[in-house]
Design a binder for this molecule. Structure first.
Ligand code: BYC
Length: 316
C-alpha cells in the first residue's frame, strides 16, 4: 500500500505536478520541507537585524524610507514562510522557540557585522542577489505553497537588490574615502555570500533527496557558479575588485573561476560560533519578549471575535 502511494507520488513529481498540503507525501518529504522552510523563515527574520542596525543612521530621508521598507519586507517574507511551513503540520511557535533556544539553523550570512553604510548597499546587492538566484530556482519547487511564496518573495527581492546596487553605484562615484568604504564592504561580504549557497555538492547530505523530489531543482555549486558569473562583471563595472587573487575567467566554460572557499569558517558560523551569532539571538529574544503584549492582545481579539462568530451562528 505504502509502495503504491510512493509510486504515485513519485510519478506526480516526475510529471512536474505540484504537491499540495492535503496530498499524500512521504514522511521524509514532509520533514525535509519543514527543515528547509523553517530555516528559510528564520533567515528572513534574523536577516532583518544587520541592516536594521543602520535605519537610524541612513544618510538621507530617501535612503531611510527605502531601507525601512526593505527590512519590513523581510519580516513579511518570514511570515509567508512560517505560514507555508504550517501547511505541513508544523507548529510555528515550537519552531520559533527552537530559534530562540539556539537549536535551529538560519543563514550563515547574517552572523557578520554591518560596520559601515556601505555594508547596507553590499548586502542588498550581494545577499539579496544570491537569494534571488536561489529562490528563483525554488519558485519551481515541487511543493505548491513553498513555490508560490517564492514568486512573491523574488519580486520583492529584485527591488531590494536594485536598492543595494544603487547605494553602491553612488559610493563608487564618490570620494576616495567612499570608494574605499565600498571596497572594504565588498571584501567583507564576498565569501560569506558565496557560502550562502551551502556546502559543495560532494559535502551536501540533503541535496540528493531534495533533488530527487524536485524540492531543489539545481545543486548548491550550480547556483553558486551562476551567482558568481552574474556578479563579477557588476563588481568590475563599478571599478571595484574582489578579495580573491585566484579569480579568473575561463574562456572554455564561460565561467568565472574562484579560489578555495574557507569551509571551516562556514561550519564554525552555522554551528553558532560566528562573529555575531550570540548578538543576533540576544536581539531576537529581546524582540520576542518585548512583543509579548502584542501577541497577547492579538490572541485576545481573535478569541473575542471567535466567540462573537459562534454566538451569531447559534442565534441564526
Ligand atoms: N547557512 O545538505 P545541505 C534572505 C546547512 S534570507 C546555514 O547542502 P540543503 C534575506 C543545512 O541546513 C534567504 N546553514 O543543505 C533576508 C544543513 O544542515 P541540517 C535565505 C546552512 O538544505 C534578509 C547542512 O548545512 N535562503 O534572502 O540541501 C535580508 C548541510 O547542507 C547553509 C534560504 O534559506 C547556510 N547558508 O541546502 C536579506 C533558501 N547552507 O539542516 C536577505 C532556502 C547549508 O541538515 N534553503 N546549511 O542540520 C536552501 O535553498 C537550502 O536549504 C540551502 C542548503 C541551499 C541553504
Amino acid at each position: 500500500m505504502m509502495d503504491q502511494h510512493l509510486h504515485a507520488f513519485e510519478a506526480r513529481i516526475a510529471a512536474g505536478e505540484k504537491i499540495e498540503p492535503r496530498d499524500w507525501m512521504p514522511e521524509r518529504y514532509r520533514q525535509q520541507l519543514i527543515r528547509m522552510i523553517s530555516q528559510h523563515a528564520h533567515s528572513e527574520i534574523v536577516g532583518m537585524l544587520p541592516e536594521g542596525n543602520w535605519i537610524t543612521r541612513a544618510p538621507t530621508l530617501r535612503r531611510k524610507m527605502a531601507l525601512l521598507a526593505k527590512v519590513q519586507d523581510e519580516a513579511g517574507h518570514g511570515l509567508y514562510l512560517y505560514s507555508a511551513v504550517e501547511t505541513l503540520g508544523a507548529d510555528r511557535e515550537a519552531l520559533i522557540q527552537d530559534l530562540l533556544a539556539g537549536k535551529a539553523k538560519y543563514s550563515n550570512v547574517f552572523n557578520y557585522p554591518t560596520l559601515t553604510w556601505a555594508d547596507v548597499g553590499v548586502i542588498g546587492w550581494f545577499v539579496d542577489g544570491a537569494a534571488i538566484v536561489n529562490q528563483t530556482m525554488l519558485a519551481k519547487s515541487s511543493y505548491g505553497p513553498y513555490a508560490r511564496a517564492m514568486i512573491r518573495i523574488c519580486k520583492e527581492e529584485a527591488f531590494h537588490k536594485r536598492q543595494g546596487y544603487e547605494i553602491c553605484v553612488t559610493l563608487a562615484q564618490g570620494t576616495p574615502a567612499q570608494r574605499q568604504m565600498l571596497q572594504d564592504a565588498i571584501n567583507r561580504w564576498w565569501w560569506p555570500t558565496l557560502m550562502m549557497f551551502g556546502p559543495p555538492d560532494d559535502q551536501s547530505p540533503n541535496s540528493a533527496e531534495l533533488l530527487r523530489w524536485k524540492i531543489k531543482r539545481k545543486t548548491n555549486d550550480e547556483l553558486r557558479q551562476h551567482f558568481i558569473n552574474i556578479t563579477v562583471p557588476q563588481v568590475l563595472a563599478l571599478g571595484m575588485t574582489l578579495p580573491d587573487p585566484q579569480l579568473r575567467y575561463d574562456e572554455a566554460t564561460g565561467n568565472w573561476c574562484i579560489g578555495p572557499i574557507d569551509w571551516d569558517e562556514f561550519w564554525r558560523v552555522i554551528r553558532g560560533y560566528g562573529p555575531c551569532n550570540r548578538e543576533r539571538l540576544e536581539a531576537r529574544r529581546a524582540a520576542y519578549a518585548e512583543g509579548a503584549w502584542v501577541r497577547a492582545a492579538a490572541q485576545a481579539y481573535a478569541r473575542k471575535y471567535a466567540t462573537r462568530q459562534t454566538t451569531t451562528v447559534s442565534h441564526a
